[in-house]
Ligand binder design. Structure first.
Ligand code: NAI
Ligand code: MG
Length: 358
């Protein structure tokens, strides 16, 4: 089978790490029976300056018409509001209905603060909540007032929780085959603030529970857990190892997933995927890192893990597992690490070491 992958490097170190992502796909063992073809696509700040569009129509059309999945590097954003510019990744999520943002957070080694391994996934709803951006400002006798709509639908809440349940089952299956399952309970934690926002977050909670009560999850032993978002933050930073899969509406998910990335050291390690039905874009969590761009020292691991995550959602779990394992091997040995991890290795050297371990 040949998978066609769109490559959207974007700006800054996106242009240095996306080639690493391509290399690892090309290096997967032939025994998997998988082939890849690639198409280079434009988006980002540089593209905006060249063409007047941060996300050219050609990029969207090619992804829709030709591609099975894609890799997105990072884009720089202008520091002041710029007429005509809006974030291409936000637009892509909308245009391709990539309704979930999935962010695994996994520790490299035990630390004094977190002696137990951290291995959790945050599944963030990506289409609604306060991010529908329906805001207005008006004058009152007491000064200006601004308002924003928080929209929660049963459909979006149900489908995001269903995806969280599917991820929990898949992780459980992986743990069972690798023997890491001991003492781990497949669990989805629904995060909300329904004690205060009883209608919006109340609906999210109710729809998420309904999705997770389905027999496919019950029979697989997925436990339904829930947590109010503020206490969730506290517990996530006190006892991160107790979590498995966390599902949250858009705003809480955004905050939780950036925060959780801080639990495992460098931003250069944390992957994500934007997922819809039948399409996935892998995307490292970091930005375009102008402070290190052009030096060849960007950590490629967030991207390599994003490649694996994309493959999982394209139902290529075996290939994904090989990449995760090779990355873990590189980190566990700790000899070829990039500067953000305290090492001296270049982007290419880290990539080559991971490829050698495939
Ligand atoms: P950043 O993630 O680009 O950098 C933060 C710090 O982490 C920097 O010191 C950087 O050198 C380091 N870092 C990030 N990725 C690394 C990697 N792979 N290896 C080694 N070190 C790494 O965030 P910052 O500086 O706030 O933003 C820079 C630009 O990126 C801005 O224009 C911002 O708008 C954009 N950005 C884009 C994102 C995206 O495309 N999804 C996400 C975050 C920021
Ligand atoms: Mg964020």
């Amino acid at each position: 089978r040949t998978l066609r992958i769109g490559l959207i490097p974007g700006d800054g170190i996106g242009r240095e790490v996306i080639p690493a992502g391509r290399r690892i796909l090309e290096a997967l063992p032939a025994s998997l029976g998988l082939k890849f073809s690639f198409v280079d696509l434009e988006a980002g700040w540089q593209t905006f300056q060249n063409t007047g569009a941060a996300l050219p129509e050609k990029t969207v059309d090619t992804l829709k018409a030709e591609c099975d999945g894609a890799l997105f590097g990072a884009v720089s954003s202008p520091t002041t509001p710029t007429k005509g510019y809006s974030s291409p990744i936000v637009a892509l999520r909308k245009r391709l209905d990539l309704y979930a943002n999935v962010r695994p957070v996994k520790s490299v080694a035990p630390t004094p603060a977190f002696p137990d391994p951290i291995d959790l996934v945050i599944v963030r709803e990506n289409t609604e909540d306060l991010y529908v951006k329906e805001e207005k400002t008006y004058d009152t006798p007491n000064g200006k007032v601004a308002e924003a709509i928080k929209r929660i639908s049963e459909r979006a809440s149900f489908r995001i929780a269903k995806m969280a349940g599917e991820i929990a089952v898949r992780r459980q299956n992986v743990r069972n085959t690798t023997g890491d399952a001991v003492g781990k309970q497949a669990m989805v934690t629904i995060t909300h603030k329904s004690n205060v926002l009883s209608q919006t977050d109340g609906l999210f909670r109710q729809a998420a529970r309904a999705a997770l009560e389905a027999p496919q999850f019950k029979n697989a032993g997925v436990k339904i857990d829930e947590q109010i978002v503020d206490s969730m933050v506290y517990k996530l930073f006190r006892e991160p190892s107790t979590y498995d899969v966390v599902v949250a509406p858009n705003l809480y998910g955004d905050i939780l997933s950036d925060g959780a990335a801080a639990l495992v050291g460098s931003l250069g390690l944390v992957p994500s995927a934007n997922v819809g039905d039948g399409f996935a874009i892998g995307e490292p969590c970091h930005g375009s890192a102008p402070d290190i761009q052009g030096k060849g020292i960007a950590n490629p691991i967030a991207t390599l893990r994003s490649v694996a995550l994309m493959l999982e959602f394209l139902e290529q779990e075996e290939a994904a597992a090989l990449i995760y394992k090779a990355v873990d091997g590189n980190l566990a040995e700790g000899k070829l690490l990039s500067p953000d991890m305290g090492g001296k290795a270049t982007t290419d050297q880290v990539t080559e070491d991971v490829i050698r371990r495939l």
